[in-house]
Structure formats: structure tokens, C-alpha cells
Design a protein around this ligand. Structure first.
Ligand SMILES: Cc1ncc(COP(=O)(O)O)c(C=O)c1O
Length: 397
């Protein structure tokens, strides 16, 4: 159990703000996630960790459970491949990038890399790159797994491949393209993995969402299974079928067509991942702000803090005061760009100017876009300081 006074003592000589990862809690999350994956290999979602040392830590401590990385940008993939990382799926398409030429260098060196496609335009660009560079470009088909109910579209708007028929049509065009090789299918059930169903900020929606999730899962699995069978029947030798995310481990691992599941956020377990009914991981990552003012009795103001998460605008995207307990955001200001006022309830530790206040981010990797380094703790002691992507001067999106 993390306690405020221990944390305060640990960081007494550190500048604030800072971000940290508690390795003991990270270890506990890794163990729980591997258990939940139930023998299925895990592909690490880099966007949700954004720190190379953490990737190394996962893979070195539990090599048998992991199977490569899911990157969020082509430039990122090339950079990681240059550092010796292998087995990368670039999960989101980018097509104005000169990075394709670099990718072909890696392909020729037998590095494992595949890029996401969902339409003929994507394939045409890649086929051309392959032709110019005398190689085959490994691609992964992105299958949309949104589900339509009367008056409700339960899903996201990303891939144009919505059905077996769409995939069949695309496969016919691929026959003409001699420099493309289909090596994978990804079907990410965003509405299961990424939608909270026990969220105190949307109490009335939790039960309907749980019902929609329950009704969707078998349809999702069937669609993914049919598309995988179709690809195999058409002679495409799939190396992997990827599905899921932290929020859908329990169901994705039941789909026999999946060979691997993606996980990222669950390792840090930010606040949005407290709001699922089916699991609970430990708050391994957090950040600290400095108390700089006391505007009135029972209020303090901290420096910084406005690290609001992406996605639909709602209160669950705002950082949450974590330690000491008993602090509450001021509803008219929430977390500010350079200052964050907090109400101090009776139970809160007696905070002085200069003291740290610990917060948790709503999302996982986005925290790393605010800090150059993460402080790694073991037994509540500083073990190391490691660079985030930002600290390495890398900003991909
Ligand atoms: C394609 C894809 N797969 C998997 C995930 C799951 O990642 P996480 O475990 O961080 O929720 C995401 C997250 O948005 C995603 O976009």
C-alpha cells in the first residue's frame, strides 16, 4: 500500500513536478495481466507506455508472455527498429511519410514489421513502395468490430472494413498487387476494451453499457473468426490475429481466432481503468505537483497539473488527486494550465507550501508527453530515472 508520507520522503530532494512508476505495483499489474491473458501472448501497446526502458523491463522480466509491440507511428517503428527492437505492428495508417523507404531497409534485414491497411488506397501506396524497393510489404488488415443495434452504433469510426464482404472485396484487389503480403488481421473491439462500465461519472450509463457489451461480444468474435477463415481460405498465411486491449482481456482471450492480445494501459493503470467492472489493477504511475499557495483556509494551490486526457470531453478525463487522500478539485477550475487549486477536507494530511501532492492521470501513455523522465521506485526508494519518448526528443503525434 502506497502511503503519502513515505512518498513525500522518497521525493524530498527531487524537483517538482515529477512523474513516477512504482515498480512493485507495475510487477503486480504485469502478473495480473499475464494471468488474465490466460496463456495468450501479449503485444505491448507502445502508445500507452511511451518509455523504452519500461518496454525492456516488461520483456526482460516476462519474455515468454510477450510477443512484440504495437506502435502508433511509422517513424516510431523505424526508430525502435534502429534501436534493436523487433516484431512491430504499426497499428494506425500513415501515408504522407517518407518513412516507408526506411521500412523497406528493415524488411530486407528480415526485421518483423507490418503496417495497417483498410482500403485500396493504402494498398496502392504500399505496393508501389514495395515495387520500387524490390520487396514485399507485410500488411495487417484492420477489421472494424463496431456493432449496430436499433438506434445505437456501439463502436468507433476507424476502419472501412466492416464485414466479411468488405474484406473479400479488398482481398480480390490484393491479388493484383505483387508487392504486398498479408501477414495479420487486427480486430480491435474498442467498445469493449476502451469503454468504461463502472464509471462514477456516468452512473446511469453503466448498466446499459454492460448490456450492450454482453450482447456484442459473440457478434464480435463471429465476425473476427469469419474474416480470419476467409483470409486463410484465400491462401493468406496469417502470422498473427490481434485483438483486444486492457479492458477486454477476459473476452478477447476466449475468441479462438485470436493468437495475441494487445495490452498497454493496464500496466500503468491510470484512473479510467479503475472504472471497469471486471478487473482492477494497481495505480503504478502517478505524478506529483508542488503546493505553492494557500489561497484560503482549507484550500491549497499547486503548480501545474492541467494534463487532461484525450477523447470525449468529460470529467473522468481530468487528473485525479491521489495522495494524500481527502483532496478535491475546485469544480470551477479543475486542473489548470499552471495552477490547480484543491479543497482540503478534514482527513487530509497537513500540507505545507513546498509539499508534493500526488495525482493520477486519466490515461496511460499521455502522462509521458508531460514529462522528460519517469522516476522508478522500488520499495518506495528511487531506483532509477528513465527517459520518456518526450525526454528522448521524440514526438510522433
Ligand atoms: C488498435 C488498438 N489496440 C489495442 C488498444 C488497447 O490498448 P490499451 O491496453 O492501452 O487500452 C488500443 C487502444 O486504444 C488500440 O487502439
Amino acid at each position: 500500500m502506497t502511503n503519502y508520507e513515505d512518498l513525500k520522503d522518497t521525493f524530498k530532494f527531487e524537483r517538482l513536478p515529477l512523474a513516477y512508476v512504482n515498480l512493485d505495483l507495475l510487477d503486480s499489474n504485469i502478473e495480473s495481466i499475464i494471468k488474465a491473458a490466460n496463456g495468450m501472448k501479449i503485444r505491448v501497446a507502445t502508445k500507452s507506455l511511451r518509455c523504452r526502458e519500461i518496454f525492456d523491463y516488461l520483456v526482460k522480466t516476462h519474455a515468454d508472455s510477450f510477443n512484440g509491440f504495437m506502435c502508433f507511428h511509422l517513424e516510431e517503428a523505424n526508430w525502435l527498429l534502429d534501436q534493436g527492437v523487433d516484431n512491430i505492428l504499426v497499428a494506425y495508417p500513415y501515408f504522407r511519410s517518407l518513412e516507408f523507404e526506411k521500412i523497406t531497409d528493415h524488411i530486407k534485414l528480415n526485421k518483423k514489421i507490418s503496417v495497417m491497411v483498410d482500403c485500396i488506397e493504402h494498398l496502392e501506396v504500399l505496393n508501389e513502395v514495395g515495387m520500387k524497393n524490390y520487396c514485399h510489404i507485410p500488411v495487417c488488415l484492420d477489421l472494424d468490430l463496431s456493432v449496430r443495434f436499433p438506434f445505437i452504433y456501439f463502436g468507433v469510426y476507424r476502419s472501412s472494413l466492416k464485414s466479411e464482404k468488405d474484406v473479400e472485396k479488398l482481398l480480390c484487389s490484393i491479388n493484383e498487387m505483387k508487392h504486398i503480403k498479408i501477414v495479420g488481421v487486427m480486430g480491435y473491439e474498442a467498445q469493449i476494451a476502451g469503454v468504461t462500465d463502472n464509471n462514477p461519472f456516468q452512473k446511469l450509463l453503466n448498466i446499459p453499457i454492460r448490456i450492450l457489451k454482453k450482447l456484442s461480444i459473440s457478434r464480435i468474435h463471429k465476425r473476427r473468426q469469419k474474416v480470419v477463415k476467409l483470409c486463410r481460405d484465400k491462401g493468406h498465411d496469417l502470422e498473427y490475429v490481434n485483438g483486444g486491449g486492457t479492458g477486454s482481456l477476459d473476452s478477447t482471450t476466449l475468441d479462438y481466432s485470436c493468437t495475441e492480445v494487445t495490452v498497454g494501459s493496464g500496466f500503468y493503470s491510470p484512473t479510467l481503468f479503475d472504472y471497469y467492472k471486471g478487473f482492477k489493477y494497481e495505480p503504478a504511475a502517478a505524478f506529483a505537483l508542488e503546493v505553492t499557495r494557500k489561497p484560503k483556509n482549507k484550500m491549497i494551490t499547486c503548480a501545474g497539473g492541467g494534463y487532461v486526457a484525450s477523447g470525449a470531453n468529460s470529467l473522468d478525463k481530468i487528473p485525479k488527486p491521489y495522495l494524500p487522500t481527502g483532496l478535491k478539485l475546485e469544480p470551477n477550475e479543475l486542473c489548470g494550465e499552471v495552477q490547480t487549486p484543491l479543497h482540503v477536507k478534514k482527513s487530509a494530511f497537513e500540507l505545507q507550501i513546498g509539499d508534493p501532492v500526488f495525482f493520477r492521470h486519466a490515461k496511460a501513455g499521455e502522462l509521458c508527453e508531460r514529462f522528460n523522465e519517469i522516476i522508478l521506485l522500488r520499495d518506495n526508494k528511487i531506483q532509477a530515472k528513465v527517459k520518456t519518448y518526450r525526454g528522448e526528443g521524440k514526438c510522433f503525434l
